[in-house]
Design a protein around this ligand. Sequence first.
Ligand code: NAP
Length: 235
Amino acid sequence: MKKISIVTGASRGIGREIATRLAKEGHFVALVARNEEEIRELEFEIDSAGGKSRGYPLDLSDEAAVEAMVTELRAQFGRIDILVNNAGIGVFKQGATISTEEWDRVFEVNVRGSFLMTRAVLPAMLEAGAGHVVAIASDVSKRTFANGALYCASKYAQDAFFSGLRKEVRASGIKVSVVYPGLVDTFFHDGNPGQPHRAEYLKPHDIADAVAYILNAPAHVVIDELMLHPLVQDY
Ligand code: NAP
């Protein structure tokens, strides 16, 4: 095994593809998401193909579960080299109609969830003087749109956290990279991949390629930010 990695939101969409790619590259992958059946299915698929993985079915809003998972992983391997904060949700409606519960839930997963996971792995990375934290943000971490106020606010906040963190941990040998995808053909927001109007969207493997490029940069290079769009997207 080359590196010990964690991918959140690994049960489907972009996260599933990133996890599969990391496993193919010879890394151990801890698969995090709530849907146990999908996580176990991917674990089986990776391990049958000769890779190494373990599923951790948990909700990222559960602080104790996140801490316990990272503690277990660190106890087993003694280190954590890569964290890909990919899990995310969206609620798209006019700001005036957003409920407090919807607001809290989006921030709980997109912002607090990636913070909790990152805070949990940092002690191991700081001790090793190395590590790479990647966040899958969004192109709407840098622009807004109508009916997207809540989602954009969460993605701006997530981006700001990781940009600040990059400056804090760089001197300790830890890299922080943020990926900003445009439209990707996934299950996001009850989406249904494979529909004809999405034929030219980015595919999950495009994002996995970007993450692999970032992670495989030479030791002296940190790719701070990487934004990608489908050519057909008007933004
Ligand atoms: P997706 O197909 O809906 O997958 C989302 C993943 O997040 C699932 O594996 C889901 O698993 C997991 N997840 C959601 N809530 C969770 C929670 N509370 N705890 C643990 N895991 C949770 O969406 P996707 O398109 O792959 O999205 C991945 C990331 O890309 C998100 O951060 C999204 O904001 C970002 N993004 C997507 C697009 C796009 O157009 N699709 C564009 C830009 C950025 P469970 O349901 O099993 O928990």
